[in-house]
Design a binder for this molecule. Structure first.
Ligand code: ATR
Length: 308
């Protein structure tokens, strides 16, 4: 544990749960490598009474209490002089009610994962989007002019969709269990693009994707994580014959079932660990104004791999 001096700038991450976060490792290593006087700590933010409600309004009540606690936490963080915060599950959307300003990309994506101290409050950014972009670029994964497949239509898929639009992809196809969610997301992206950019397919309809071409495919569902570690959202090998480069946003396990299935059909595979690293690096750059070079990023990436 490094010495934290009285002069240190303090940053942290707010979430629930927060026990397994790798962000303190990323940021404290960045501080050490750059020689900046900064310390980063995890904050579990939850209502005192969470989980004690019963009756029909329990879920609404929990959400209300969570929002109240988050509001108090952000106000307290500002009063304590915190330079910046990362925001993780379940607060990336709710936190938008407690920022003074919101960056346009974060507004479009509808989620904030980084707060930067400004006069009178915090400005909200979404570094998940740019982090994925930098991770894909660092692995030379093509986006511009390409047709991209995305599994999922939740928060992570949404961030992928807006990134692809920004990077000039030719099209994005969302495959999702609930096809109405994929359709809504595609509609929203098409409105933002002002052209036919996104389309939606139900999972079993993957056969409508032409054979003979291998797509960059981004796995952005929660299937493959935790209790679902031995599952992929599509397990039919026929699907993976259409996959050329497989990127999973999940980084634990390091090789997901989606990646295994894609590899079996000859795809190159990547997990979400670089995305995690770069969302952190971009947040650190926003807080400190210091640019992290690729050599430092590579060095931290190797250390991060050992932590998973
Ligand atoms: P995140 O912010 O991680 O994207 P989310 O917004 O809850 O989380 O989205 C989870 C994604 O995983 C959704 O695309 C969800 O599909 P639905 O929209 O149909 O719910 C997908 N997902 C989660 N569990 C799934 C399962 N068992 N089978 C198929 N898809 C699943």
């Amino acid at each position: 544990m490094k010495d934290i001096k009285g002069t240190a700038k303090i940053c942290g991450v707010i979430g629930n749960p927060i026990e397994h976060t790798l962000s303190p490792f990323i940021h404290n290593t960045l501080a050490e490598k750059t020689g900046l006087d900064l310390a980063y700590v995890p904050f579990l933010v939850k209502p005192d009474k969470e989980g004690e409600q019963d009756g029909g309004n329990a879920a609404d009540e929990v959400l209300k209490l969570r929002e109240e606690s988050l509001g108090k936490a952000i106000e307290g963080a500002y009063a304590l002089g915190l330079l910046g915060l990362n925001i993780t599950v379940p607060y990336k959307r709710t936190v938008m009610n407690f920022v003074k300003e919101t960056d346009p990309i974060a507004k479009k994506v509808g989620a904030v994962n980084t707060l930067v101290r400004i006069d009178g409050g915090y400005k909200g950014y979404n570094t998940d989007v740019a982090g994925l972009g930098r991770a894909l670029e660092s692995d030379n994964i093509p986006m511009e002019g390409d047709d991209i497949l995305v599994l999922g239509a939740g928060g992570a898929a949404r961030a992928v969709g807006f990134l692809m639009l920004e990077k000039g992809a030719a099209s994005v196809t969302f495959l999702n269990r609930s096809s109405n969610k994929a359709e809504n997301l595609a509609f929203e992206l098409n409105s933002a693009a002002g052209r036919q950019f996104a389309r939606a397919l139900a999972l079993p309809d993957f056969r409508r994707i032409p054979e003979g071409k291998r797509f960059v495919t981004i796995q952005a569902t929660s299937v493959g994580l935790g209790a679902d570690a031995d599952r992929a959202v599509i397990e039919d090998p026929e699907f993976y014959k259409r996959v050329g480069i497989a990127v999973d946003v999940i980084f634990n396990p390091a090789e997901t079932k989606f990646m295994k299935l894609a590899k079996q059909e000859g795809a190159k595979t990547f997990n979400g660990l670089k995305m995690l690293l770069y969302q952190g690096i971009i947040a650190f750059e926003l807080w400190t104004g210091k640019k992290i070079d690729e050599a430092t990023a590579d060095e931290i990436y190797l250390k991060l791999k050992e932590q998973v």
